[in-house]
Design a protein around this ligand. Structure first.
Ligand code: AMP
Length: 143
C-alpha cells in the first residue's frame, strides 16, 4: 500500500514530519499524540496507508493488533495510569480527523475528568436477532 501524498501520518512514517517515536517495526509505528488527552497518550498506526480499519488487510490489522497489549502496558507503567481507553475513530462521522487508521491509547486515572459516558439504547423485539443474521450472512457464515 503506497504512502498517500498529503497524509500527515504517512509523512510521520517517512520522517518528513517530526514525531516522538516510541516503537516501530516493519508494519507498525507508535508515537506520542501531539494533543494528549492525558500524559502518555499514544497513537499506534499501520505504516501502510489505510483510511479506515474496514479497508485493512487482515494481515496488516493483525500486525497492528499484536503490539497493542505491550504498548498499553508500557503506557500504563510509565504514565502511572491504572487503565486506558483504546479508541479507534473509524470514519469522519465517528470523529476521525486524520484519515489514516490509528488507535489511541489514552491513559486513565480515577477522577481524571475525561469521562466516557455513552447512553445505551434498546432494540425493539426481534431486531437484535435480525441484525445478527444479516451480519453473519454478510460474513458468509452462521454464528
Ligand atoms: P482522530 O480524531 O481519531 O482522527 O485523532 C487524530 C489525533 O491525531 C488527534 O489526537 C491529534 O492530536 C493527533 N495528531 C494530529 N496531528 C498529529 C501530529 N503531527 N503528531 C502527532 N499527533 C497528531
Amino acid at each position: 500500500v503506497a504512502a498517500k501524498p498529503d497524509c500527515v501520518f504517512c509523512k510521520i512514517v517517512q520522517g518528513e514530519i517530526p514525531s516522538h517515536r516510541v516503537f516501530e517495526n516493519d508494519a507498525v509505528l507508535a508515537f506520542m499524540d501531539i494533543g494528549p488527552l492525558a500524559e502518555g497518550h499514544l497513537l499506534v498506526i499501520p505504516k501502510a496507508h489505510y483510511q479506515t480499519i474496514d479497508q485493512m488487510s487482515a494481515e496488516h490489522a493483525a500486525e497492528l493488533g499484536r503490539v497493542l497489549p505491550q504498548l498499553t502496558g508500557v503506557v500504563q507503567q510509565v504514565s502511572g495510569a491504572t487503565g486506558c481507553n483504546l479508541l479507534q475513530n473509524n470514519g469522519v462521522v465517528a470523529g476521525q480527523a486524520v484519515l489514516h487508521v490509528h488507535f489511541h491509547i489514552i491513559p486513565r486515572a480515577a477522577q481524571d475528568g475525561l469521562g466516557y459516558r455513552w447512553h445505551p439504547k434498546s432494540y425493539p423485539d426481534g431486531r437484535a436477532a435480525e441484525l445478527a443474521t444479516l451480519m453473519s450472512t454478510a460474513l458468509g457464515r452462521s454464528a
